[in-house]
Structures are given as C-alpha cells and as structure tokens.
Design a protein around this ligand. Structure first.
Ligand code: ZN
Length: 343
C-alpha cells in the first residue's frame, strides 16, 4: 500500500497515516492478548473425521440416542473413548461423566437439581440416569470457557409407519463432531490456552435442556465462565441458501462478530455467515441456561429443514465440507475466547 504514496500530496499522506494507524489500533483491539492458533492444529479438523463421528452416532445401531436409554449410553461411551484416545482429560475429578437422575412428571422431565425425585420415582414413572460428558484442556491462568453440544436425540417411535428410528444426524451429531474435533485440534496444537476450556456434550437436551440446566445449577465455577459456545444443527442449510450459517452471538459482545468477519476475509470458507447479534439468547437450545446467567454466548446453527425431528434426519444428507469449515472457524473463535484478555 505504501509503495504508491510517492506522488500523493502531503495532506493525503497524513490522512493515510491516520487511517492506517486507526486500522492498526482496531485490529490490535480485536486480537488483544490473543495468541495465534497454529495452522497444524486448525488443519487437523477434517471432513473425514466429521463423517466418521456422524456416521456412527447417527446409525440405526444407536436407536436414536434417547437420553438414559442403551443407545444414548453407547453414544456416550464412544464420545468418551475418543476424548481418552486424544488425551483430552476429564474436567471432573471423578471422570468424564456427570451423571444425574431425571424423571418424567406428567409431560415434563425434571432432574434431581430441580426437585427431590424420590417421591415421584416411587409412583413408577419413567426415570433414568442421564450423563453429561465433560472434558477439559487446562489453562495457564484463571477463568473458563465452555464449548458444548447435545448428543442425545429422540430415540425410536414404534408407532411410526416405516422408519421408526430418529437418527439425528444434523440434530445433533453434527454439533458433537465440531466439539470433539475442536478439542482434538487444540490438544494436538500443543498450545496452552489462558483460560481452561471445558468441552461439554450434553444429555437430555431434547427433554428440555436437562443436561445443560443441570450443569449450570451445579457448577461451582459459574462466575468464572467468561463465554459459552453452542452448536446445535450445523450440518445442513435452507434449500435456497445451502451456504447459510446463522452466527448468533450476544449483542453486548460485538467483538465476536468482528472476529468472524476477520476470519472470513482470511479463509476460503464454504459457508456464508448471517450475523445475528441478539439481546435475547434464551430458548431452544443449550445456550439458554448460560444466557439466563448473563454469560456471553456464541451459537452456530444452519437452520431447520424438512427432516427436522423426523427419522429422515440421516447422515448422508449432511453437507460435510460446510460443517467442517464451520468447525474450523469455530476453533479459531474458541482460541480467542480462551486467550484474548477481555471481550
Ligand atoms: Zn432436536
């Protein structure tokens, strides 16, 4: 840029200097305190691994991953086996599982964090042990960032004609694949974040956010959580705009939008973000209990489709290239959430 300034009058040169200085200050503010995330970590997020994870989680063998049912428990064991293989350690001293009791009260499910369930369970209602999976990469300093997605889905419905199994490939094996690949990428990078990153795979979301609500109610470090990142359905897109990504974030944190804008300029992503800065991030997904505690949110979502909450939400319909790019972009964002001094 400066090569072409020789013939420009001094006044314009001065203006250019101030514009350059302002731009520099702006980008310094955007990245204040951030360490650059190494390319080898970022590139370790692959389309092939997304296919493997979603292919298994959304297979009929897992019977729709109903919370607390055998298929859900196999999904949990599989997720834990990957975390263990990659050396991503448990967050809790007791191990990867955060188990909790849940029971059906009329049409609603409640957990032991809401009420003492013993009287209800004695009535013979449906009751189960559900399990969040919590892993962590320890930070060098204080504070926490939580990166989460729910792994449960709707199970099977024998009353349906034809296919009875809700495979839940987009909802939400897609989100689980992103959380797992980001955990792996950061672990593989060998870099240490400033804040501890908690990777959370929630159970019981489809029964009204049971796992994430339980975590928030029981979390002893809640005041030290500086952000929550959520993935719920990131593998599809509206038929008329297949490249669409809803990038939803707390309106009080405009930097979250600037980070994405700067990454979109630098990388050839196959998605197009729609920036949605919102004051109200309550309802619909696991960001809700965090938003209710005024914790800043980033939420990736590629919108509904005709297969939503139907047995036809299957693995072969996922756009793996786009999903993998979303996981890569989110990995860069997680790294900033965990290393930028203030946002
Ligand atoms: Zn759902």
């Amino acid at each position: 840029m400066l090569i072409f300034t020789e013939n420009i009058p001094d006044m314009k040169k001065t203006n250019l200097f101030f514009v350059s200085a302002l731009l520099c200050m702006f980008f310094c503010a955007v990245e204040a305190g951030a360490q650059k995330f190494p390319k080898k970590g970022y590139e370790s997020i692959t389309e092939e691994r997304s296919r493997n994870i979603i292919g298994f989680l959304a297979s009929d063998l897992l019977q729709g991953r109903d919370a607390g049912a055998p298929g859900g428990k196999i999904a949990a064991e599989y997720i834990v086996s990957l975390l263990r293989e990659w050396g991503v350690e448990p967050f809790l001293e007791s191990g990867y599982y955060q188990n909790f009791a849940a029971a059906k009260n009329g049409n609603n499910w409640i957990t032991e964090a809401d009420f003492d369930l013993s009287g209800l369970i004695e009535t013979g209602c449906d009751n189960r042990i559900m399990s969040n999976i919590l892993a962590a990469i320890p930070g060098t300093g204080e504070g926490y960032v939580v990166v989460g997605a729910h792994y449960d889905h709707l199970g099977v419905d024998p009353s349906l004609e034809g296919d009875t199994c809700y495979n839940g490939a987009d909802d939400n094996a897609s989100g689980v694949s992103a959380v797992l690949q980001i955990a792996r990428a950061i672990k593989m990078s060998g870099k240490k974040p400033r804040r501890t990153i908690i990777f959370a795979l929630w159970d019981g979301e489809e029964k009204w956010l049971l796992g994430s609500r339980f975590f928030v109610k029981k979390c002893t470090v809640l005041p030290e959580i500086s952000a929550y990142m959520n993935f719920d359905m990131i593998g599809r897109g509206p038929a008329e705009r297949p490249e669409h990504l809803s990038y939803i974030y707390s309106a009080g944190n405009p930097l979250f939008g600037e980070w994405m804008k700067s990454d979109v300029k630098k990388h050839d992503f196959s998605f197009v973000p729609f920036y949605n800065a919102s004051d109200n991030l309550i309802g619909g997904s696991d960001n809700t209990p965090f938003a209710q505690k005024n914790i800043p949110i980033v939420w990736y979502h590629t919108e509904g489709h005709p297969d939503y909450h139907r047995p036809s939400d299957s693995a072969e319909k996922i756009n793996y290239g786009k999903l993998t790019d979303i996981a890569r972009a989110a990995c860069l964002c997680v790294w900033r959430l965990a290393t930028v001094k203030k946002y």
